[in-house]
Ligand binder design. Structure first.
Ligand SMILES: *[C@@H]1O[C@H](CO)[C@@H](O)[C@H](O)[C@H]1NC(C)=O
Ligand SMILES: *[C@@H]1O[C@H](CO)[C@@H](O)[C@H](O)[C@H]1NC(C)=O
Length: 176
């Protein structure tokens, strides 16, 4: 009886330690990815904020970061569109119209990413994710002279650059 009790305890302890090892490996994977980005805090909050990331491998984290980038790019586009509608200065209106095209292009770039991931074309994934950076950065560049870009759009753009960087880091890790 005593032996059985000890065996069962041993089994439970073993299972628990395997569980915690696996859990910490997952946590390490997210930490490992995020430590390679410019703003690890944004990366950590983005990846850990998604319930799917708990059991995700590197490919899974790539899918999650593509989804998050796309959602943010779409809300960025919506923001540009509402700024364009509110703008009365014709120069500002024209700039926001350019930005709308830029963000539209980036949405298309991000939508093209999943097939590259699926076919394990990690270089293609990297190249097309880099292209998606152009929307927000080209838009920012058009505001290098006044009138100034709306601060909330600049903030959205900066966040997008950080989110897309997660895809870039993962694509490099996947290439090995
Ligand atoms: C934005 O920048 C692009 C590229 O430099 C330029 O072709 C375009 O005319 C600019 N648009 C506005 C509205 O300034
Ligand atoms: C951006 O995309 C939306 C939705 O596809 C479309 O309605 C809009 O005309 C596009 N705008 C520009 C400036 O390309």
């Amino acid at each position: 009886m005593a032996l059985t009790y000890i065996s069962v305890s041993f089994l439970i302890v073993s299972l628990l330690s395997i569980f915690f090892t696996l859990t910490s490996v997952r946590a390490d994977l997210i930490n490992d990815v995020c430590s390679k980005t410019q703003k690890p805090a944004i990366c950590l909050s983005a990846l850990k904020g998604d319930p799917r990331s708990k059991n995700a491998n590197l490919e899974g984290l790539a899918t999650i970061s593509i989804d998050i980038s796309l959602k943010n790019m779409q809300s960025g586009r919506d923001l540009v569109n509402s700024l364009r509608k509110q703008a009365t200065d014709p120069k500002l209106k024209t700039r926001y119209h350019s930005c709308l095209e830029n963000y539209n292009d980036s949405i298309d770039d991000l939508k093209e990413l999943p097939p590259f991931l699926k076919s394990k074309d990690y270089l293609g994934l990297n190249v097309h994710a880099s292209a998606a950076l152009n929307g927000p950065t080209t838009c920012d560049d058009n505001f290098s002279s006044s009138p100034a870009e709306a601060p909330q759009l600049k903030a959205a753009s900066d966040k997008l650059v950080e989110l897309i960087e997660i895809i870039l880091v993962i694509s490099i890790l996947l290439r090995g």
